[in-house]
Design a protein around this ligand. Structure first.
Ligand code: DGY
Length: 319
């Protein structure tokens, strides 16, 4: 029976289906290589499926039998693709099925920050709403503002669609290459990164984390943004220099931020972002709905099984 290592997350019905056909073991340790049982199962594992397991040379040296690593996520910054390819191990991800869900969340963050929804929810629930609101509690409009999207892939375009047609926003975007089709569809304008930062009321970061994008938004970039800008990060925490974001928020270089992702996840309790009133924080819930998590788990399992059966998986990442 083939051995499948499940890491962190796989929806129960999919896990149960795999358990019928394979020898399946579930692990959840933050430092899995220090768990002897994990290392011993890894020695014989044919496949890995799960979320955010750091698959690098050190881990692969303990996995001589491995044929496939199937990520239950669209992002695959946790995988050393070069090393996997060198060892003829297939790597897969789950694009497409989470696009709309992540885009909904990004719009939700924009609205939550701009209209101060979590803060005012607390105001009501703490029984402080005893007379009419004061001007200090007003929010700022989202509709008809300028939205700058950094990363115009599937999710970036789904955000553009919502913002353009749901909220009448003007769309600026920056990506590695211009996307003429997206420009036509969403009336979007391609900009350099600096132009986008200078002109946008909302800056939404939705680019994958790669060597090129790591730390792409830092002190200089925050200084270019409007003091009234709202910054949204729905990509990966490491695309931003977090200490520079904290400084920008404290010093009023930007107005506020909505963050689904952080440099370290789960966030450290002493992270200053948790104490800033102009920040809305979420626990990386971009794709976390019942429907989408199940669809991602199913797609990841299909990819895993295709690879184990010697077929080309639908979402193969290796070049
Ligand atoms: C992804 O799929 O990459 C999302 O961030 C959820 O993990």
């Amino acid at each position: 029976m083939k051995k499948i290592l499940v890491y962190q997350r796989l929806e129960r019905p999919v896990l149960q289906e795999l358990q019928i056909k394979y020898d399946v073991r579930f692990f959840n340790d933050p430092n899995p290589l220090s768990n002897r049982e994990f290392v011993s199962f890894l020695q014989e594992a044919d496949g890995i499926i799960g979320l955010e397991l750091e698959v690098n040379k050190t881990l692969l040296d303990h996995a001589p039998n491995l044929k496939v690593v199937s990520n239950v996520s669209v992002g695959y910054n946790n995988l050393d693709i070069e090393e996997l390819t060198k060892r003829n191990i297939m790597a897969t991800n789950t694009p497409g099925v989470l696009t709309d869900t992540v885009a909904d969340m990004a719009m939700g963050l924009m609205l939550a920050v701009a209209r101060r929804i979590p803060e005012l929810d607390q105001f009501v629930k703490s029984r402080q709403w005893t007379q009419s609101l004061t001007e200090e509690q007003y929010g700022t409009d989202v509709h008809h503002k300028v939205l700058g999207i950094i990363g115009m892939g599937r999710i970036g375009q789904a955000i553009a669609q919502r913002a353009r047609f749901g909220f009448d926003m003007e769309i600026l975007y920056h990506s590695r290459t211009p996307k003429p089709e997206a420009e036509a569809k969403y009336d979007a304008t391609y900009c350099t990164l600096d132009e986008l930062l200078q002109q946008s009321d909302f800056v939404c970061l939705i680019t994958p984390l790669t060597k090129e994008t790591e730390g792409m938004i830092g002190k200089r970039e925050f200084q270019l943004m409007k003091p009234s800008a709202i910054f949204i990060n729905a990509s990966r925490g490491k695309t931003v220099v977090e200490s520079d974001l904290i400084a920008a928020l404290k010093e009023g270089q930007i107005k506020a931020a909505g963050l689904d992702v952080f440099t370290k996840e789960p966030i450290e309790p002493d992270n200053e972002l948790l104490d800033l009133p102009n920040v809305v924080t979420l626990p990386h819930i971009g794709s976390s709905t019942y429907e989408t998590e199940l669809a991602m788990s199913r797609l990841a399992a299909e990819n895993l099984e295709a690879a184990l059966n010697g077929q080309r998986p639908k979402n193969l990442i290796n070049p």
